[in-house]
Ligand binder design. Structure first.
Ligand code: ADP
Ligand code: CA
Length: 421
């Protein structure tokens, strides 16, 4: 009998198509739970369920009701609000998954820091402050450079580095403006009144993609991020795997990530973590109980030909699962940052970028006419460039060469854009 997956995704997620494709390949039936089924219905004609992710208890109740007639074997949440609903529903349905406490701790950066602190996992020193705090009060407790960030957003939104008092006051005001303007915070008032201030940790950054199986972290890939992330804003650009770090460093990254996962109480499902390599060893910047965002997972291929989505779905619905090796070739993705605010008029050079040796695909994710909002307020990328090659250095060079072929015509505008995560 075929198995059924409940895929929980926001209507704006880039990720739905790749999960649906993987499920189809596996012959797994899918029930999509989303916050706006009409939008999802444009790409998914199948079974779906309308859920309000801002009301996790009620959403979980809906899932339990749906499972009466459509038994669910496993749940995959695409983002962090969905992970909370997934955990609540899984507990009630007796489906193995993370406990709600783990999902809640992973979603809220302050709770995550507190959970990691209790387990003595290396991380930046941090403090939580009210959103109207003044720089001297922060600097009295957090050693500069300081990074301020919101508790609940992702994709580096609202994450700002400040090296001195005036810069810190400006950063706090900018973050406060973002938080009070956000739809999300109508529903999350407590967190919207707070900010997290951390000491800036220098050092190279890596990302870990993993799957927790029976409480144990299986590392599926370590990505190097070869572009320096020094701030004041932290836009993601290039991810390349396998990591070029020495094996001892990679082992330390895996061990530290495993400790962080255990500290959160995660027992099953995907993990995406970011760490900085400080002089003292890996330091945890963030652990999220979901897969990598955007279209980046397309940069991952395993020896068996499996995609990340296939592995995650197999594990979720209880199909035979084994950690495959990464394919022999190196691969990478570049998230194309939004260079400035304005209306996108045209994207040029896409064919030339595709023609660069080693480039597999170039996806422009924003249609002309749309308003672009750069970081720290924005939450999307112009698109994604994918490359493969025999060596990580070739992949990185190909991504840079392809990016140089691209140019974006952006007309100035006053206004706000929508966004995808
Ligand atoms: P988000 O959930 O929005 O991705 P993160 O906490 O992961 O927020 O921060 C985004 C990026 O900002 C990180 O990938 C990192 O490059 C940078 N960053 C955040 N906090 C720190 C810190 N304490 N030290 C150094 N860099 C940081
Ligand atoms: Ca992050």
């Amino acid at each position: 009998m075929s198995r059924r997956l409940l895929l929980l995704a926001s209507k704006t997620s880039y990720r739905i198509e790749d999960f649906l494709a993987a499920a189809a390949e596996l012959g797994v039936e899918v029930l999509v739970g989303s916050d706006q089924c009409r939008k999802v219905a444009e790409i998914w004609k199948g079974d779906n369920l309308a859920l309000d992710f801002f009301r996790p208890e009620e959403a979980a109740e809906e899932v339990v009701r749906a499972a009466d007639t459509r038994p669910i074997d496993g749940i995959v949440p695409v983002g962090e609000p969905q992970a909370v609903v997934a955990a609540l529903a899984a507990r009630r349905l007796g489906i193995p998954f993370n406990p709600p406490e783990a999902a809640l701790a992973a979603r809220d950066k302050a709770r995550m820091r507190e959970a990691l602190a209790r387990a003595d996992v290396p991380q930046p020193s941090f403090r939580v402050f009210p959103i109207d705090v003044k720089a001297p009060d922060v600097l009295a407790l957090v050693h500069p450079p300081v990074v301020v960030k919101p508790l609940l957003l992702s994709g580096s939104r609202g994450v700002i580095r400040a090296d001195d008092g005036p810069a810190l006051d400006a950063a706090i005001q900018r973050l406060a403006a973002l938080l009070t303007s956000r739809e999300l915070f109508k529903h999350r008032e407590r967190e919207a009144r707070l900010l997290l201030a951390e000491s800036f940790v220098p050092g190279d950054e890596v990302a870990v993609e993993g799957l927790v199986v029976d409480g144990r972290l299986e590392v599926l890939a370590i990505f190097d991020k070869p572009d320096p992330l020094e701030g004041p804003y932290f836009e993601e650009t290039i991810y390349v795997t396998p990591s070029r770090k020495p094996s001892g460093v990679r082992d330390a990254i895996a061990r530290t990530t495993a400790r962080a996962v255990a500290a959160l109480g995660a027992v099953g499902g995907p993990v995406h973590a970011e760490l900085r390599l400080a002089a003292s060893g890996p330091v945890v910047i963030e652990v999220a109980l979901r897969t990598i965002g955007g279209l980046c997972s397309r940069a991952l291929r395993f020896e068996t030909g499996a995609s990340l989505e296939e592995l995650v779905i197999r594990h979720a619905v209880g199909l035979p699962w084994e950690r495959p090796a990464h394919e022999r070739r190196a691969s990478g993705v570049m998230m194309i940052p939004i260079p400035r605010a304005g209306t996108l008029k045209a994207a040029r050079g896409v064919e030339a970028a595709r023609g660069v040796e080693g480039i597999e695909d170039v996806v422009i994710a924003i249609d002309p006419g749309r308003v672009l909002v750069p970081l720290p307020e924005g939450n999307e990328y112009l698109g994604f460039i994918f490359a493969r090659g025999s060596e990580p250095s070739q992949v990185e060079a190909a991504l840079r060469a392809a990016h140089r072929e691209l140019s974006f015509e952006i007309a100035p505008v006053v206004g706000r854009g929508g966004g995808r995560t």
